[in-house]
Design a protein around this ligand. Structure first.
Ligand code: NZQ
Ligand code: ZN
Length: 381
């Protein structure tokens, strides 16, 4: 097991009617900026619940943080924070609203431009405190330090790290209004988060393996229920908690991590606007196949424990496991080939060129170079 330090300070407030607790959790006497996306919260009753709980607080609203939040939009909120002396941020919406808010919170306390902060972590100079009401289970952003920020002008998309939300409120009832496509992408994103932290080598941290396999099995079990009835509270609650547990550090103790699928997926999204979770299901089967020599033992363990695959030669079992994984993604209603999504070879070539120019090395052993990325993407055309 690798050395690690674990500390996750986010207070998780989960369940029916919990948005009302905002009035107890928000710091009294603070100047709050409440951040929103494009308006889904006005259609599903979340906005009313939030504003009711905010009665008596000094707050203003910032609207329009888009999916794959753009730095161009976030800069406007940074201006407001600086101008009006905002000292607490509350994100209400999906992962994009919260990710964007994490950058606003960091950029509000320094003179550095927000995009420079994304590109150069050394410029990080602290943060305003922030919290969330999360309405889309997928990113785990409600209980992690990460944010993924896009730049409209340059077509780039990079991860940025701030501190953790002080608290996050998750009421599964808020997810009843999600478009089914977002649910499919959220289930896929959760699944792949676990895989990125799990599918490396065997016998490193057996407890983490069992824990990760438990989250994967839960997602596989609950996905058909969620897709059949999005108002099934217990199913949506299970999905929502799985998403949080998938990327809050609890399955990452002492293990190596991969993240190649995400890094390649982010480039697909940056160039084509394909939804994040959907980009991952295109990439992961090929990462498993191309990296089978390195990951083979772990793929076998995953195949056996998660999919019950025990028959066949070493390579046959790997093939069956990859097929089961891809079949699961397709059962969510998601296409898994670039050609099915009308994404052509020129996009794959551009991604490979980007990795070549940046000299990026991906994967748990930092050995996935641009030539390997090319092999991975060529498999998915
Ligand atoms: O903008 P509104 O109107 O609110 O609509 C949103 C948006 O159009 C809608 N939505 C959210 N909750 C809803 C709802 N519609 C109806 N009912 C609800 N309850 O869903 C659409 C997508 O929302 P978005 O926030 O973009 O989705 P998601 O939560 O999947 O976030 C995706 C972003 O997170 C990044 C991705 O790269 C992408 O930019 N990631 C962040 C991570 C992190 N912070 O740790 C890790 C992930 O791997 C991921 O990269
Ligand atoms: Zn993700």
């Amino acid at each position: 097991m690798n050395n690690f330090i674990f500390q996750n300070p986010t207070k998780l407030i989960f369940g029916k009617g919990q948005i009302a607790r905002l009035s107890k959790e928000l710091p009294k006497g603070s100047k709050i900026l409440v951040t929103f996306g494009g308006g889904s919260v006005k259609k599903n009753g979340v906005y009313e619940q939030v504003t009711a709980a905010l009665e008596g607080f000094d707050y203003q609203e910032f609207w329009g943080i888009e999916p794959n939040p753009k730095v161009e939009t976030l800069r406007k909120a940074v201006e407001i924070c600086k101008r009006d002396g905002v000292d607490f941020l509350l994100a209400v919406g999906g992962g994009s609203v919260l990710d964007g808010t994490k950058l606003i919170a960091a950029a509000a306390v320094v003179d550095t431009d927000a995009w420079e902060l994304v590109c150069n972590p050394k410029l990080y100079g602290g943060t305003l405190p922030f919290a969330s009401v999360m309405t889309l289970p997928a990113t785990g952003s409600e209980m992690n330090r990460g944010a993924v920020i896009s730049n409209l002008a340059t077509g780039e998309k990079y991860a940025f790290y701030n501190t953790y939300p002080q608290f996050s409120i998750l009421d599964p009832q808020t997810t009843f209004s999600l478009p089914p496509y977002q649910v499919a992408c959220g289930l896929a994103d959760t699944f792949v988060h676990v895989m990125e932290q799990y599918l490396t080598a065997t016998d490193i941290a057996p407890l983490m393996d069992r824990w990760a396999e438990g989250v994967l099995q839960t997602i596989i079990e609950v996905a058909p229920k969620v897709r059949a009835d999005q108002t099934d509270y217990d199913a949506m609650a299970t999905y929502m908690l799985s998403a949080t547990m998938g990327l809050n550090g609890f399955i990452a103790m002492g293990v190596p991590q991969d993240w190649a699928t995400h890094m390649i997926g982010h480039e697909i999204t940056a160039l084509t606007a394909l939804t994040h979770g959907h980009s991952l299901v295109v990439v992961l089967p090929a990462v498993m196949d191309v990296m089978r020599e390195q990951k083979g033992d772990k793929i076998l363990q995953y195949g056996q424990r998660v999919w019950g695959i025990t028959e066949g030669s070493y390579d046959e079992r790997i093939d069956k496991t990859i097929a089961a994984t891809e079949e699961f993604f397709r059962s969510l209603g998601l296409q898994t080939r670039l050609s099915e999504l009308n994404i052509g070879k020129e996009v794959a070539e551009q991604i490979v060129l980007r990795f070549k120019e940046r000299g990026t090395l991906l994967g748990e052993n930092s050995n996935i170079d641009y030539l390997t990325v090319e092999k991975i993407l060529n498999q998915r055309l």
